[in-house]
Write a protein that binds this ligand. Structure first.
Ligand code: WT7
Length: 631
């Protein structure tokens, strides 16, 4: 395991004003209550939302680890995100303020968003989609991605959003695995002043996806794209059809009915589809957003992630709408046309709570303080961080320069699988830069050794979660065995996170990083297996091994070691060709920083690649115990 950073001594206390404003003033009391009364705590949270029919049981753990929440209840997350607000003052409140990279602006009230979601949901039903059908969404950061997700959920279809930065192969694999009947996409999106060609990628992918019957395409960039007659439809034409009126009955779902699947990288093989459900997920994202970011009617919330990741699902789309909050969304790159684009947007739109990733903070930090200093950021009252450990230096810069030393930073640790924040402060909790503080209400995190025994405070070990939580993944779609194997088999009764961490004497958790074969590159999650299989799909490569190497801005970057097939030469151009090859297969995130050709890869006698040894060599460190290394 990596050498752990020492927890820092510095503590940042919340100001009196923060404490007075906070919805929840006594963290300890609620934590104590929830830990003793798990089901009662969650029942209380759930009762703040609308249900068509109440639950019989809060938590059904009769078939572990296939936990069920709010069983017997009927609900639809969209009813809570949109329908119920139509009967209140929120009908006229802004739900979404959107700015394009090209400076176009669009706003939606809760009324308008509900109308357009209903219109599109009517279209989906008219096209024959029904409860349980899968729909792949591959779109830029524009309002229609939110509308498409909500329209699917409204009729009970299962959405599978694929991040717009993924390539043909990744998209094709995900469409095929989910057996989607429809793909919703756009002609393109604007990023760094250029058009991202989404529709072209869809066309390529669909050459090998027989399950797809229809494609709905939003015109965003309005450049020329091919439309296949009988398969492809324009979104703007469909929602003008008479069938697409603004009234649409929301499908009544069982609490445990699937809401969405989202693919994420694991230790082995292909990315797996994480399944989330209507009832429990709804309660989990609502409760965490309420306590952690404490949104009120005066707030303007900006989660700068992409809706294509779980952060966007939970905290751009579902959470804020369930809260009845006003969300801000920006299409493009933070540095386009200048490195103050985000700061300018915060000033112009009066953002009060801002949530982003350490890699973005570190990236923007490099441009210096003058860029943020050009703007009045005094509207901000809370900041957030997610995706990887935030180094204290970046934390302090974020706190001082962006938050003007008055905004607590909510460093939220969670995963695609957890659906909601799991280790996180609330605004009233004293902060230590680099620590996510303590588990969320009702949760019990633990640091254990290989055998599952708790390690003493201050020592590094595997991070596990001991209690079920409502937004937990229910299974790996179509692969329940993998669900059990991956998350619940290492330590019986405990959820394995794949991360290593430490707990300090104050009970604060310090995440160190992944201990499995998952690499986080700029906060994006990729498996070594995926990158390696992309490399060996190149004719020159016989065998490949990749590792993550620490990087100042990106957190880690990929180093690849390749063994060439006989007859191939390590030409000076080949590394670049291989980098490009991986980028084409996986998308630009997967592109290795460095490709090295080797004669031999370090392996155990049983043939397993010892990535640890490669990493030690790359970093010039001791190779450690290499007794299992083959001769
Ligand atoms: C992995 C999950 C959940 C939103 C985005 C990532 C790392 C996430 C933190 C944090 C330290 C973090 C972990 C985790 N991670 N948040 N605040 N501090 N590490 O979701 O792609 O499923 O990745 O991201 O390693 O296991 P994901």
């Amino acid at each position: 395991m990596a050498k752990a950073k020492q927890p820092e001594g510095e503590i940042y206390y919340p100001s009196q004003q923060i404490i007075e404003q906070a919805r929840l003033k006594d963290w300890d009391a609620l934590a104590k209550f929830a830990s003793k009364n798990l089901e009662e705590f969650w029942a209380k949270e759930a009762s703040e939302l609308d249900w068509y029919k109440p639950w019989d049981k809060v938590l059904d753990d009769s078939n572990k680890p296939f936990y069920k929440w709010f069983t017997g209840a009927q609900v639809n997350i969209v009813h809570n995100a949109l329908d119920r607000h139509q009967q209140t003052y929120r009908k006229n409140k802004l739900a979404l303020v959107w700015v394009g990279e090209d400076n176009s602006v669009r706003t939606y009230s809760y009324y308008a968003l509900n109308r357009e979601v209903s219109q599109f949901a009517n279209v989906l039903r008219a096209m024959g989609l029904k409860k349980g059908d899968r729909v792949t969404i591959y779109m830029p950061r524009i309002p229609e991605i939110v509308i498409a997700m909500l329209a699917c959920a409204k009729i009970g279809a299962i959405h599978s959003v694929v991040y717009g930065g993924f390539s043909v192969d990744s998209l094709q694999g995900r469409i095929d695995d989910s057996q989607s009947r429809m793909v919703i996409t756009a002609d393109g999106g604007f990023m760094n002043g250029k058009i991202v060609e989404l529709k072209k990628t869809v066309d390529e992918a669909l050459k090998r996806c027989p399950s797809v019957e229809t494609v709905v395409m939003v015109q965003r960039t309005k450049h020329q794209v091919r439309m296949e007659p009988g398969r492809d439809y324009y979104y703007h034409e469909l929602i003008k059809l008479p069938i697409a009126n603004g009234k649409c009955a929301t499908e009544i779902m069982d609490s445990e009915d699937p809401l969405y699947i989202l693919y994420t990288s694991g230790t082995t093989g292909k990315p797996k589809a994480i399944l989330h459900t209507h009832g429990g997920y709804m309660v989990g994202v609502y409760s965490t957003l309420k306590y952690v970011f404490d949104l009120n009617d005066t707030d303007r919330w900006w989660c700068a992630a992409d809706p294509g990741w779980v952060t966007g699902h939970s905290y751009i789309v579902y959470g804020p709408l369930i809260m009845g909050a006003t969300s801000f969304m920006y299409e493009g790159a933070p540095t386009y046309p200048y490195p103050d684009r985000w700061w300018a947007l915060i000033e112009k739109y009066g953002i009060t709570v801002f949530y982003t990733a350490p890699t973005a903070i570190r990236g923007l930090m490099r441009f210096g303080e003058l860029w943020p200093r050009k703007h009045d950021l005094s509207s901000l009252r809370l900041l957030g961080s997610v995706g990887e450990p935030i180094n204290p230096e970046a934390w302090k810069w974020y706190h001082r320069v962006i938050g003007n030393e008055k905004c607590p930073i909510m460093d939220t640790w969670w995963q695609t699988e957890t659906g909601m924040f799991m280790i996180t402060p609330t605004p009233v909790v004293p902060l230590k830069p680099g620590s996510g503080t303590r588990p969320f209400f009702g949760q019990e995190a633990e640091i254990v050794d290989e055998a599952g025994k708790p390690v003493p405070d201050g020592e590094e070990g595997y991070l596990v979660l001991n209690r079920p939580w409502p937004a937990m993944l229910r299974t790996v779609y179509n692969d329940p065995e993998r669900y059990v194997q991956q998350y619940w088999s290492k330590y019986p009764g405990k959820y394995t996170t794949g991360d290593s961490a430490k707990r300090d004497k104050d009970g604060y958790f310090w995440i160190i990083g992944r201990v499995d074969d998952v690499i986080k590159i700029s906060g994006y999650r990729l498996g070594t297996a995926e990158i390696e299989s992309a490399l060996v799909s190149h004719p020159a490569v016989a065998e490949a091994a990749v590792i993550g190497i620490p990087h100042e801005v990106k957190g880690s970057v990929i180093y690849a070691y390749c063994l060439l097939r006989s007859g191939y030469q390590a030409t000076p151009e080949l590394p670049d060709e291989l980098k490009q090859h991986v980028a084409t297969h996986l998308g630009p995130i997967g592109k290795p920083e460095q490709v090295t050709f080797v004669d031999k890869l370090p392996k155990t006698r049983s043939g397993k690649i010892m990535r640890r040894v490669l990493k030690a060599r790359a970093l010039g460190l001791s190779e450690g115990d290499i007794s299992t290394l083959e001769e």
